[in-house]
Design a protein around this ligand. Structure first.
Ligand code: PEP
Ligand code: MG
Length: 838
């Protein structure tokens, strides 16, 4: 506010008045636009922010002058005009200016009943919102005697008759609204919606369009697209002989309706006129608007227009349609869709219009929603799927034995875990709704039950809904919305691709993942976790045999069985990706993930391996580690048991030769995990080069391949310079890098993460949003050291952060070549990257 601003100023909204949203609020600005478009907006005065602040502080503008401005028959509404429509604001007060004289006059012109209803409504809202009297005393509906009773109640409570002076009424209404905005509750509510502490409110004084009286009268709202689907459709409500938004709820429809009373039939000309205004709004305000209107004696007044509220799928449809109709540019259309909203389109969602009975909340680890019956084991999940009954797999946490159960289930719920725990990573890869770290529930394995907060019990077979989009577990079968991978979605993705200036690859382990990646136009596979290729039951057994082998010969036999499986896997990926880059990470098993955890599992394994239980138990004990995440993982296995990587390299290269013989040449990328020293890379590279040379000779074919290193230990980031000397590319595995930088277990952090975030120890869960200050510094350091040593080294991120918009912004700004994320997150990542590029 300038020093000399007149704190009692108000201006008439005319086409030429100086009205800025920052000073008069968005509603004033919007109404002025409607006026400029020649719409029949009732005469309106706008009180700017500083006037409203002064009113709250006790300095009142000249309300008598306002009354005089409107002239005889003063009857107005007062509406709030906050800086941003999201912030809310005090509710509209209608019929200010009603008094005994006006009441008599209106009884003559509009009929007794209409006049009584208008006066009653004002007395009620004045009593409750201005005089702050008990609402229970003023909640009677219109009817004989209601008005006199309300006037008498007011007089008794206030010890004075209802105020008759219009200027005083207006002053009191303005004061109560200005003060309501300053109240603590209102302040907290709007701050929760992102309003700044000094959020501003303007107020509007608008001549009433009555909506009651002789002829076609009433009020309503009208919009021209469906808020849920975004498809063109006239929607809204109209109620004859009514005023205000609330009156139009749950009443008659606008368009022809079997129940009758629709505006389209009642007053076709009015209906057409409103349609015309809708079309003008769309074209000139460049947005789908909902019009609030009043009809008085067949004459339309446009009271307000607001952006149509919309679901994510509607937002995409609307933005694309506006751009296709050349109302907005394609760039605008891209910017109008929130990237995160896209993930809602890829999956079933709980219909926001339906009822919701929530019984627990956890970490929303994989989006989408599904309804199923509770099962507590992978076996039960498979049995349920075999019966054709959708089920939700509920586990304390998951491991490889649960993968088959996860495939069979429609959703997963775990008591423990965080954003990068096993269940979360696998579920995101499968596109399965998943909630982890749901410490609200206690699972009792023994009696196959689930106890929610407040002692609510659920048993195996009970139906629940998992809403992985917001982490809520709901009782029973919630109503669902189908995925919306429609033309609008595809068009938007195509537009995003044309502006996106960082590569978006997918983390894909299986042919299904790869197909999903292709469907979303990923720029290749950035991470194929080969150990995930062994989670199917038949392969898991061979894999375990290989892990259990204690002689070189046993291991060779197991590896020979694995080789053709791997080769077929890679061939399938190469075929599906059709020449796009495919980055295959050599085996990185946290070995414990492949070992059985209980007696039953040990017995199964002994049976599968044909060895005595005692021997299997001993071997499991010998292999078990105190801290498996920091144990025999990744390249450490490659260095100590090199035959495994040899087998994988051979499978990759043989598949490469065969692909090129099929006419689909590919340059595979081979990636070494969990490196912490350049020497590890040297050792592995020597062996892989040797395998490549052998395959070239045996198959009499030449091929190229690129060898790269995953930077996922802090030391690898620090020593990226010397590591890059042996690597074509460096890919930051930010899951492990976050784990090791913080010294924070990615599987256990879920237990205390919310306490840490709530107390602002961490701004966000660092497994979810890249910690740009700490882990980010390692990324920058690693990238610059790598590039200094080898200027053409490709730099990327393939941890879960690759799909997170904030983290993508960081990688793009740091000049990374690409990010790689779960296939289902590719669209979100693509749109986010496009936003940053625009
Ligand atoms: C990582 O650590 O970031 C990574 C991508 O590998 P994984 O999640 O398989 O450990
Ligand atoms: Mg890792």
């Amino acid at each position: 506010m300038s020093k000399n601003a007149d704190v009692t100023e108000f201006v008439a909204l005319t086409p030429s008045a100086k009205v800025k949203a920052a000073r008069h609020g968005w509603r004033a600005k919007c109404l002025q636009r409607l006026i400029r478009l020649d719409m029949p907006v009732p005469e309106t005065l706008s009180l700017p922010v500083e006037t409203v602040r002064a009113i709250a502080a006790g300095v009142m503008p000249d309300t008598a002058a306002m009354v005089a401005h409107f002239g005889e028959d003063f009857l107005v509404s007062v509406r709030s005009s906050p800086g941003n429509p999201e912030w809310g604001g005090p509710g509209t007060v209608l019929n200010v200016g009603m008094n005994d004289a006006m009441h008599r006059k209106l009884a003559d012109s509009h009929g007794q009943e209409a006049a009584d209803a208008l006066y009653l409504r004002f007395v009620q809202s004045y009593a409750v919102h201005v005089a702050r009297l008990d609402p229970d005393m003023f909640d009677a509906g219109p009817g004989p005697g209601a008005l006199n009773e309300a006037l008498a109640a007011f007089e008794t409570e206030m010890e004075a008759p209802f105020p008759q002076d219009a200027a005083r009424q207006l002053a009191e209404v303005l004061r109560s609204m200005a003060r309501a905005w300053e109240g603590t509750t209102a302040r907290l509510l709007r701050e929760a919606k992102g309003a700044p502490p000094d959020a501003a409110l303007g107020l509007l004084v608008q001549r009433m369009a009555l909506g009651v009286g002789p002829g076609v009268c009433g009020s309503g709202t009208m919009q021209f697209v469906d808020s849920v689907t975004g498809m063109p459709r006239i929607m809204g409500r109209f109620r004859g002989q009514s005023q205000g938004r609330a009156a139009a709820q749950d009443t008659f429809f606008l368009t022809r309706d079997p129940r009758g009373g629709a505006l389209e039939e009642l007053a076709p000309a009015v209906f057409e006129e409103l349609r015309h205004y809708g079309a003008i709004c769309r074209k000139r305000l460049r947005e789908e608007m909902q019009i609030e209107f009043t009809v008085e004696g067949g004459r339309v007044a446009v009271i307000d227009a607001v952006r149509v509220a919309r679901s994510s799928r509607a937002a995409v449809k609307i933005a694309v349609a506006l751009a296709e109709d050349e109302v907005i540019s394609r760039e605008d259309a891209l910017l109008r869709v929130e990237p995160r909203a896209l993930s809602e389109l890829l999956h079933y969602q709980v219909d926001p219009r339906g009822p919701r009975d929530r019984f627990a909340i956890g970490i929303a680890a994989s989006p989408g929603a599904a309804v199923g019956r509770i099962v507590f084991s992978a076996t039960a999940a498979q049995a349920s799927a075999a019966r054709g009954e959708p089920c939700v797999l509920v586990r304390r946490e998951t491991g490889p034995e649960d993968i088959r159960g996860m495939h069979a289930a429609v959703a997963v719920l775990t008591e423990r875990g965080g954003m990068t725990s096993h269940a979360a990573v696998i579920a995101r890869g499968l596109g399965l709704p998943c909630i982890v770290g749901c410490s609200d529930v206690q699972i009792s394995w023994r009696d196959r039950s689930l106890r929610g907060p407040g002692g609510r019990m659920f048993h195996e077979g009970d139906q629940i809904t998992v809403d992985g989009t917001n982490g809520e577990v709901l009782v029973g079968a919630a109503e669902m919305l189908e995925p919306a991978l429609d033309d609008g979605f595809r068009t938007l993705l195509r537009w995003a691709e044309t502006v996106c200036d960082i590569g978006i690859r997918a983390n894909a382990d299986t042919p299904d993942d790869a197909r999903t990646a292709r469907m979303f136009d990923a720029d290749g596979i950035g991470l194929c976790r080969t150990e995930h290729m062994f989670f199917d039951e038949d392969r898991l057994t061979v894999m375990r045999e290989m892990i259990f082998a204690d002689t070189a010969n046993d291991r060779r036999v197991a590896l020979e069985r694995l080789l053709p499986m791997q080769k077929a896997d890679f061939s399938a990926l190469f075929d599906i990706m059709a020449g796009q880059p495919v980055c295959i990470r050599l085996f990185d098993p946290p070995l414990h993930e492949f070992l059985p955890h209980d007696r039953e599992g040990l017995r199964d394994l002994a049976e599968a391996l044909g060895r005595p239980l005692s021997e299997v138990t001993r071997r499991v004990e010998a292999l078990s580690e105190f801290n498996p995440m920091l144990g025999m993982r990744g390249v450490r296995l490659g260095v100590t048991v090199p035959e495994i990587y040899d087998m994988q390299a051979r499978a990759i290269f043989e598949a490469t030769v065969e692909a090129s013989r099929r006419g689909a040449p590919v340059v595979p990328e081979v990636m070494i995990p969990l490196v912490s020293a350049a020497r590890e890379v040297e050792i592995v590279k020597t062996r892989i080069d040797a395998v490549a040379a052998a395959v070239r000779t045996e198959m009499k074919a030449d091929f190229a391949y690129r060898l790269g290193v995953m930077v996922e230990t802090p030391r690898a980031a620090l020593r990226a310079g010397e590591i890059a000397e042996h690597a074509h590319f460096l890919s930051f595995g930010t899951n492990d890098l976050t784990q090791m930088t913080y010294g924070l277990s990615r599987d256990d952090a879920g237990r205390f993460m919310s306490a840490y975030v709530n107390q602002h120890v961490y701004a966000e869960d660092p497994f979810h949003i890249l910690d740009v200050e700490g882990v980010g510094e390692l990324l920058l350091m690693g990238a610059s050291r790598g590039k200094a040593a080898r200027s053409d080294v490709t730099i990327s991120v393939c941890g879960e952060h690759g799909g997170n918009p904030e983290s993508i912004a960081f990688c793009r700004a740091a000049g990374f070549d690409y990010v790689s994320c779960s296939p289902f997150r590719v669209p979100v990542a693509r749109l986010a990257a496009a936003h940053f590029a625009l």
